[in-house]
Write a protein that binds this ligand. Sequence first.
Ligand SMILES: *[C@@H]1O[C@H](CO)[C@@H](O)[C@H](O)[C@H]1NC(C)=O
Ligand SMILES: *[C@@H]1O[C@H](CO)[C@@H](O)[C@H](O)[C@H]1NC(C)=O
Ligand SMILES: *[C@@H]1O[C@H](CO)[C@@H](O)[C@H](O)[C@H]1NC(C)=O
Ligand SMILES: *[C@@H]1O[C@H](CO)[C@@H](O)[C@H](O)[C@H]1NC(C)=O
Ligand SMILES: *[C@@H]1O[C@H](CO)[C@@H](O)[C@H](O)[C@H]1NC(C)=O
Ligand SMILES: *[C@@H]1O[C@H](CO)[C@@H](O)[C@H](O)[C@H]1NC(C)=O
Ligand SMILES: *[C@@H]1O[C@H](CO)[C@@H](O)[C@H](O)[C@H]1NC(C)=O
Ligand SMILES: *[C@@H]1O[C@H](CO)[C@@H](O)[C@H](O)[C@H]1NC(C)=O
Ligand SMILES: *[C@@H]1O[C@H](CO)[C@@H](O)[C@H](O)[C@H]1NC(C)=O
Ligand SMILES: *[C@@H]1O[C@H](CO)[C@@H](O)[C@H](O)[C@H]1NC(C)=O
Ligand SMILES: *[C@@H]1O[C@H](CO)[C@@H](O)[C@H](O)[C@H]1NC(C)=O
Ligand SMILES: *[C@@H]1O[C@H](CO)[C@@H](O)[C@H](O)[C@H]1NC(C)=O
Length: 799
Amino acid sequence: MAFQSIFFLFVSLISVTSPIQAISNNQYQFFNLMKASLSGNALSDWDATGGRSYCNFTGVSCNSRGYVEVVDISGWSISGRFPSGICSYLPGLRVLRLGDNTLHGDFLHSIVNCSFLEELNLSFLYATGTYPDFSPMKSLRILDVSYNHFTGEFPMSVTNLSNLEVLNFNENDHLDSWQLPENISRLTKLKRMILTTCVLYGPIPASIGNMTSLVDLELSGNFLSGHIPAELGSLKNLQQLELYYNYHLSGYIPEEFGNLTELVDLDISVNKLTGKIPESICRLPKLEVLQLYNNSLTGEIPSAIASSKTLRILSLYDNFLTGEVPRDLGRLSAIVVVDLSENRLSGPLPTDVCRGGKLLYFLVLNNMFSGVLPDSYAKCKSLLRFRLSHNRLEGSIPEGLLGLPRVSIIDLSYNNFSGPISNTIGTARNLSELFVQSNKISGVVPPEISRAVNLVKIDFSSNLLYGPIPSEIGYLKKLNLLILQGNKLNSSIPKSLSLLRSLNVLDLSNNLLTGSIPESLCELLPNSINFSNNLLSGPIPLSLIKGGLVESFSGNPGLCVPVYVDSSDQSFPVCPRIYNRKRLNSIWAIGISVAVLTVGALLFLKRQFSKDRAVMQHDETMSSSFISYDVKSFHRISFDQREILAALIDKNIVGHGGSGIVYKIELSSGEVVAVKRLWSGKSKDSASEDQLLLDKELKAEVGTLGSVRHNNIVKLYCYFSSLNCSLLIYEYMPNGNLWDALHSGRVHLNWPTRHQIALEEGKTLPLLSLQEPTVIWPRNMRTHLKQQPSVMSTVLAWC
Ligand SMILES: *[C@@H]1O[C@H](CO)[C@@H](O)[C@H](O)[C@H]1NC(C)=O
Ligand SMILES: *[C@@H]1O[C@H](CO)[C@@H](O)[C@H](O)[C@H]1NC(C)=O
Ligand SMILES: *[C@@H]1O[C@H](CO)[C@@H](O)[C@H](O)[C@H]1NC(C)=O
Ligand SMILES: *[C@@H]1O[C@H](CO)[C@@H](O)[C@H](O)[C@H]1NC(C)=O
Ligand SMILES: *[C@@H]1O[C@H](CO)[C@@H](O)[C@H](O)[C@H]1NC(C)=O
Ligand SMILES: *[C@@H]1O[C@H](CO)[C@@H](O)[C@H](O)[C@H]1NC(C)=O
Ligand SMILES: *[C@@H]1O[C@H](CO)[C@@H](O)[C@H](O)[C@H]1NC(C)=O
Ligand SMILES: *[C@@H]1O[C@H](CO)[C@@H](O)[C@H](O)[C@H]1NC(C)=O
Ligand SMILES: *[C@@H]1O[C@H](CO)[C@@H](O)[C@H](O)[C@H]1NC(C)=O
Ligand SMILES: *[C@@H]1O[C@H](CO)[C@@H](O)[C@H](O)[C@H]1NC(C)=O
Ligand SMILES: *[C@@H]1O[C@H](CO)[C@@H](O)[C@H](O)[C@H]1NC(C)=O
Ligand SMILES: *[C@@H]1O[C@H](CO)[C@@H](O)[C@H](O)[C@H]1NC(C)=O
């Protein structure tokens, strides 16, 4: 540094007379200023010793006359005060990219003096303050100020920047609400207008139809209302039109959109559109993505959509669509996603959707589809999710469907399917959730199911299955939920169930199961068990009595309770003496449990009286791991991580699940969130391979599907993860949980929560164990996804 300054002095001394030298000195001085006021490792490269010119610095380039033209430090993790007056030092500056750093200072107000600047990128600075008057920046072609926290008025001065080609104000949700002015159409060179999640309200001006240079028009995530102007149909170069999540856009989809012959991606989801889907848009020659979900559209899906050669994503869920789905949908294009759930569609399922070999999601829940399931689906090797629940489908499940190699969720529940579960399920290497409940499936549960080792949830309830529960089911190490309720299973309960260490929910009720309840099941501590209405006999194992509810065992005339249990309710007879062989052991067990309970109660009381200390200790442990948190956000709401971490205290606990603890947290903003804290290993060393795997899977799911949300599904706001634990931040649902939402009418309360509810009568039902994370499909704000180019990332679907 000392040497540089001397060098600089020396240079300035000998150069007073040369204008070029003067500029060079000035330019050099700015880099010195930057080095002096900013910190970050990357800047150490900016070292002018040995006569190295700043023109050779990383991120800097000069023109042939030695003027600095480009300064690009985006993503360098630099922090500090950015020097003001950059253009009085760098008069030739054309490109300034500062994004993804932590800069402060009022430099922005001086940047407007850069009248030659063509590109200004300040994205992801989360900067505060107000926007300047941009009017002097006549040369600006690219203005990207996305992801900032500027307050005050939207800078209408941008309407003066007649050379603008890119305008990006995405995620500027701290601004005052504002309306798009008619005169925005003065920006006739604008190619990309991205005004998403930036507090826009009111109508979309018809004058935008004059901005025929537009290739990308994005106005989603705002509060726009009124009709969509038909004039937008004149945007002959438009490839992408995003108007989703405005909630209030109403009226028809303009027929004129059929003139947008370059259009690739159209999304007007989550609005109040009515009327039919215009046939004209289904004929657009380049259309790949058509998303109109969550509106009030009526009529049929135009058959023209089946003639598309380009369609990849069709998401029309949650409308009032009727009639049949075009029979040959997918015959001519390689469809990736079909989501037609929650409509009133009827008739047979299309047979050719998988013909292109790319289909990942096929979701048609809650409709009135009938007929049999076409055999073609059983050959759809690409499928990841296949969900048909709540329809009127019948016939047998095509051989091979359950065994598809990649499929992760199959949901055939609430239909009229019959026939057996094929043993080909053994080849389903990636199957995690299998829902077949409420059908007429018969036959035995094939032992081959145990080869589908990734199964986490199985629900076969309310069918006609008989025979044994295959003991091989004990190999399903990840199994979290096993519901066999309401069949005609007529074996004994296999001991191997006790190998299912992840089991949270076990419901074997309403079958014809015989024999005794294996003592070894006590080693499992599921949140919910149910053995009621069977033909079980013998003693109810002690620890199950302790935690269980009478209803979990009722309707088994042969069950009894050991003599030493003071059963104040007379639901079960006392066991005859022959069952009391293990009495001595059991008395020990009671003694220990009483001791444990007492200690537990004492600890609980102690905690109540030393909350402050607990908070302090908690703070310590959390802040040490804070640095390593990996954060993903799926929603425009951004949370203060520290506030959330600080609130992970016992008093906020509302439930314990198999995979972690659920907290209810009231943020200072007034917002209430539910935070699920998942265990992900105590340390790197002790984290088991399974846990690491779970964590990896979770990340993958959160990553790609962080994007998906549906009406009935808890909103995942964001996800923090560190070595020690992962935090999932959800919308707080006071009246139910995810399980509740997915399977309305059936709630599984875990025991601590039951206890809590019993203690605090009248309290609203808290958000309960969210089961394991793989079932949580959060909602996407697509703004998030824009950063991820993959196809999956544009998926918006029911899961
Ligand atoms: C800049 O780097 C190039 C090669 O990368 C080198 O030839 C040139 O001498 C350097 N100029 C200065 C002034 O350091
Ligand atoms: C602005 O910079 C960010 C990185 O900081 C980049 O992702 C984005 O594409 C840039 N915007 C434009 C319009 O080039
Ligand atoms: C910007 O330019 C104006 C006049 O051209 C000048 O008064 C002002 O000081 C400049 N601001 C900065 C920060 O350079
Ligand atoms: C646009 O520029 C003109 C002068 O060129 C100025 O009078 C006007 O106030 C500017 N408009 C805005 C909104 O800044
Ligand atoms: C465009 O209209 C807005 C709102 O009426 C106004 O504030 C702005 O000055 C106008 N811009 C120009 C360049 O006239
Ligand atoms: C721009 O659009 C408006 C409203 O659609 C229209 O009245 C006006 O004539 C158009 N201006 C030009 C220059 O095309
Ligand atoms: C645009 O579409 C409408 C209705 O589909 C049609 O009447 C009109 O002629 C089209 N305009 C152009 C310029 O193609
Ligand atoms: C299943 O079929 C029976 C007649 O066999 C019918 O009464 C019932 O409504 C059907 N259920 C569904 C969900 O379609
Ligand atoms: C297994 O399922 C997951 C989750 O849906 C998916 O990300 C992954 O790609 C699948 N694996 C294979 C081999 O298809
Ligand atoms: C179970 O039920 C099936 C079908 O009703 C019957 O064939 C079988 O013998 C029964 N098995 C036992 C062990 O009772
Ligand atoms: C157990 O299952 C029976 C029959 O399915 C049901 O009526 C009862 O409510 C369930 N009990 C518990 C505790 O879930
Ligand atoms: C879908 O629309 C309904 C009714 O307008 C609304 O309550 C719901 O929140 C919307 N769903 C989503 C995902 O926004």
